[in-house]
Ligand binder design. Structure first.
Ligand SMILES: [Zn+2]
Length: 252
């Protein structure tokens, strides 16, 4: 599992992911549906949820295209933004996303290897971006995704925000085609998952892949929710106090 790790362009220094236990099927609502005699034997799985997430924005080249696709399908996602990318122009993308029901989360200020920083620098990276997010969208970020998925105990100590990883498809590599991106996401997707994609500048292949990924997951019975909604729907309180890097909201 987790053959395609996340983490932007880097030689992968990430910690090994904690093993994710196979979740029990989750039924959002099993009431009020009268059983029909004509019910087919193989029902599509119901109540599966998944959170699409996008790193490294905001920008005016890719973020609006991702939002257009989300809008076309009427779904929400979560964006993990880099503080240094936020200016008067790009902030409009965050505001648009927020108005669509998307969630804006923290992906540091400078996108550096924060596992090499001391606690003071880590806090300043996080605070800078959290303040800008709150200023523009009126809501504090609820989650943090470490750049390059590089973590340290100092980082976990420096913030109460839960750490989010996700299942990726190396979509920061230009050589990975849109079809490969979609295939990799679809091969891994499970109930409760966080999918890690990038709305980095000019990342058109991921925009293209979404047109395969979204309908295919829908076909398989998935609904698309924000990261906060994912935890809430599964009755899980994300743990910001321990060193968990979540790729599925039900992992321990
Ligand atoms: Zn990143």
């Amino acid at each position: 599992m987790a053959a395609f790790l996340s983490g932007c362009s880097s030689d992968d220094q990430s910690e090994p992911l904690r093993k994710i236990s196979t979740p029990e099927p989750y039924i959002l609502s099993q009431t009020d549906t009268p059983a029909s005699a004509a019910e087919p034997e193989a029902l599509p799985a119901e109540g599966k949820i998944i959170a699409l997430t996008f790193d490294d924005g905001p920008n005016t080249t890719c973020t609006p295209k991702v939002l257009d696709v989300l809008e076309k399908y009427g779904i929400k996602a979560s964006f993990f933004v880099i503080g240094d990318n936020i200016d008067e122009d790009t902030a409009g993308m965050m505001i648009r996303a927020h108005n669509m029901g998307c969630e804006i989360n923290n992906h540091s200020k400078t996108h550096s290897y924060m596992n090499k920083m001391d606690e003071e620098d880590i806090k300043s990276e996080l605070d800078y971006t959290s303040k800008l997010i709150e200023e523009y969208v009126g809501e504090k970020p609820k989650f943090f995704r470490p750049p390059y998925i590089a973590v340290s105990s100092e980082m976990y100590k420096a913030t109460d925000l839960p750490f989010i990883c996700g299942k990726g498809c190396n979509d920061w590599e230009e050589s990975v085609s849109a079809k490969e991106r979609a295939d990799r996401v679809l091969a891994q997707a499970e109930d409760g998952d966080i999918i890690l994609l990038h709305d980095s500048e000019f990342n058109d292949k991921t925009v293209e892949a979404l047109d395969t990924i979204i309908p295919a997951l829908r076909e398989r019975g998935f609904s698309f929710v924000t990261v906060s909604e994912l935890f809430a729907a599964k009755g899980v309180t994300p743990d910001g106090g321990s060193e968990i890097l979540y790729s599925n909201c039900m992992q321990q």
